[in-house]
Design a protein around this ligand. Structure first.
Ligand SMILES: [Mn+2]
Length: 309
């Protein structure tokens, strides 16, 4: 049987990694595929904590795509976010919760739900297949949901996510309050994080109309730990913008406790578009956005609309 590779996006976050592991279990046990999870980049501090806590092995780093493997993409569907070298024709299946921006050459299995995490989509798929979710898989799914939805506080969280957390925790039996506190602490940890890593760990590029836009995010319980380094971060962002040939670059610093964001304003072009779209004041090259925590739901759609006119 042809080998199937399951993989999440570059700069993988917790949802991306746990979803690849859960999808491996699903593909083997439900679809009876010869499938193996890989990752398209380094594991972040939060994901490290999750894998350690649940004694799960990190997926192997995919170094080179040979070209003859089949792929299942989880937690992304845009080629710009996929592992380098992936050809459209290799994609056989997608399990995701982002807007779809993909032109395929042939029909594929496409499962995209407007729900809080890719892990949530996978949980639903077990239910639909009438398969029980084992405790180790339930724990990983819970980590994906609670990480991606910021403990169900993000506007991306749905009623379905809330129900899934309750149902899954009957199997996983976690102290959820304690788990989320540990998860958020690990998410905010700057241990081993250079400023370069800070702006690239959760970085995605998007085609918005004729513009190419890079949006980096950093979620933290302690925004001051990052704002003290603003000048240097702005410099690095300007360099990344040039290196990646971007029209705009945005860094969003998300306060996951107070539920708001600070956008770092790199240049005049960014200031223009951000003022136009979000209407906030720019002071000291920062724009404060109360209630904004989701790149996917609160930043990307509005920027895309403005830049597509
Ligand atoms: Mn996700």
């Amino acid at each position: 049987m042809k080998k199937t590779i399951i993989i999440g996006h570059k700069n993988p976050d917790t949802d991306s990694i746990v979803s690849s592991l859960v999808a491996e279990h699903y593909c083997k046990n439900v679809l009876r595929l010869e499938a193996k999870a890989y990752r398209a980049g380094e594991i972040n501090n939060e994901t490290k904590f999750v894998l350690d806590k649940f004694s799960a092995l990190a997926p192997q780093l995919l170094k080179k795509i040979k070209g003859d493997e089949d792929f299942v993409l989880v937690d992304h569907n845009e080629l710009s976010q996929a592992a380098d070298g992936l050809q459209i024709g290799q994609i056989k299946r997608i399990i995701d919760h982002h807007k779809v921006n993909l032109q395929t050459e042939a029909p594929i299995f496409l499962r995209v739900d407007p729900i809080g995490s890719t892990a949530s989509v996978l949980a639903r798929m077990y239910g639909e297949a009438g398969k029980k979710i084992p405790a180790n898989i339930a724990k990983l799914i819970l980590a994906g949901i609670l990480s991606d939805t910021l403990d169900l506080n993000s506007p991306t969280a749905t009623e379905a996510d809330r129900k899934l957390v309750k149902e899954l925790n009957k199997i996983a039996k976690l102290d959820l309050k304690k788990f989320v506190a540990e998860l958020f602490a690990a998410k905010s940890s700057l241990k081993g994080i250079s400023l370069e890593t800070l702006i690239t760990q959760d970085y995605k590029t998007f085609e918005m109309g004729a513009s190419k836009v890079g949006i980096a995010a950093w979620e933290t319980t302690d925004p001051k730990s990052v704002t003290v380094q603003k000048e240097k971060i702005l410099e690095l962002l300007a360099g990344k913008k040039a290196a990646d040939k971007l029209d705009h670059i945005v860094f969003m610093l998300v306060d996951i406790v107070a539920q708001n964001s600070i956008l770092f304003v790199v240049g005049e072009k960014e200031e223009d578009i951000l003022r136009k779209v979000f209407g906030g004041e720019v002071a000291n090259r920062e724009m404060f956005l109360p209630g904004v925590v989701s790149r996917k739901k609160q930043i990307v759609p509005r920027l895309t609309e403005a830049l597509s006119k």
